[in-house]
Design a protein around this ligand. Structure first.
Ligand SMILES: Nc1ncnc2c1ncn2[C@@H]1O[C@H](COP(=O)(O)OP(=O)(O)OP(=O)(O)O)[C@@H](O)[C@H]1O
Length: 326
């Protein structure tokens, strides 16, 4: 569905050149859901804008649904829906009219545009809002209307740029429930950017991590976690001396790495954590170390990013403040 090779974008001004995207290769198969993750300014939006024909690449090529984004932009646009950051819908219009005119723009008949608009309002939990002005919809409802706008012409590919930013957890979950239901009903391909690591983890079959305009990892969330970040172990010892004693033992043990003591808690990385807990208990018993609690945590995508770059996605200010919007 998407095949990008060496996609590059430089923004050149009189004073500077910003290398926003530096030769990205990306392949997305039909029906796949792929999340693009990365800190602020990594080049996610610029990449989406090139793939959706809104921005001309400086170098490289991209084909979407079989058509070249530079040579055949109209054909590409016909096959994709793009929901950008911010609201696409005009605020003075009524919800169903917005969808209707979007449908007409894409060549639907008047009857079909009205039918499709109503179907999407129903499917996205906006039934009853047909005649409500966009400006009077809540944040969550407006975002769902944006998604409906992107879906009016039944695209093969839906590109969502931070669809849930600014929504509270309830509305995020609600939006995803609707997107998942729509996906299940069609074989639509989904490409999204998000700042929410848990969203990428649960919604996407594949995660592409970009940093400084380049792809630094591309795989399933589970493989990324297994390959780039092991399980994390936290053991609470009975006393500080016990914690120090345990830390010394774990430093020698082949299953653990990066051992650190914080009060009576010993933290470490552990290979195949849950299967090694019994061995750990035996090791502590044999050494006469008192243990109060053992916890093994699966890594998150943030641990993956941290291991790859030495920075946390959270520290880079990527997790935006929540605005309550219902
Ligand atoms: N029109 C532009 N002119 C100049 N520089 C730009 C322009 N658009 C983006 N940039 C720069 O390109 C880089 C990549 O920006 P981009 O918006 O693609 O990042 P992003 O990963 O989407 O970030 P965010 O998560 O904050 O949306 C940034 O340094 C940004 O300042």
């Amino acid at each position: 569905m998407i095949e990008a090779k060496g996609l590059t974008k430089d923004f050149v001004s009189r004073t500077e050149t910003v290398h926003a995207v530096r030769g990205i290769d990306l392949r997305v198969e039909r029906g796949e859901t792929v999340a693009v993750l990365g800190p602020n300014g990594a080049g996610k939006t610029t990449t989406m804008r090139m793939l959706t024909t809104l921005l001309a690449p400086t170098a490289g090529t991209a084909r979407v649904a079989g058509f070249d984004v530079t040579r055949d932009p109209a054909r590409v646009r016909r096959r994709l829906g793009y929901v950008g950051q911010g609201n696409g819908a005009g605020h003075g219009q009524r919800a169903l009219d917005e969808l209707y005119y979007q449908g007409i723009t894409f060549g639907l008949s008047r009857t079909e545009a009205r039918r499709r608009g109503q179907e999407l309002l129903d499917g996205l939990d906006l039934a009853g809002k047909e005649r409500t002005k966009v400006s009077e919809l809540s944040g969550g409802q407006r975002r769902r209307l944006d998604v409906a706008m992107g879906l009016m012409h039944a695209p093969e590919l839906l590109v969502l740029d931070e669809p849930s930013t600014g929504l509270d957890p309830h509305n995020r979950a609600n939006l995803w429930e609707h997107i998942s239901a729509l996906r299940a009903a069609t074989d639509m391909t989904l490409l999204l950017t998000t700042h929410y690591l848990d969203e990428a983890d649960t919604m996407a079959e594949r995660v592409v991590i970009i940093d400084h305009g380049a792809v630094i990892a591309d795989d399933t969330p589970e493989t990324l976690k297994t390959r780039h970040a092991g399980d994390r172990l936290s053991v609470t010892a009975g006393s500080r001396p016990d914690a120090d004693h345990l830390a010394a033992r774990l430093t020698q043990w082949e299953a653990t790495s990066e051992v650190a003591v914080d009060g009576t808690v010993v933290h470490a990385g552990i290979a195949q954590g849950s299967s090694r807990v019994t061995d750990l208990v035996h090791l502590a018993d044999a050494a006469g170390i008192d243990i109060a609690d053992i916890q093994v945590r699966r890594p998150t995508l943030d641990d993956v990013f941290l291991n790859l770059t030495g920075r946390s996605l959270r520290e880079t200010g990527s997790t935006p403040e929540l605005e309550t919007a219902s």
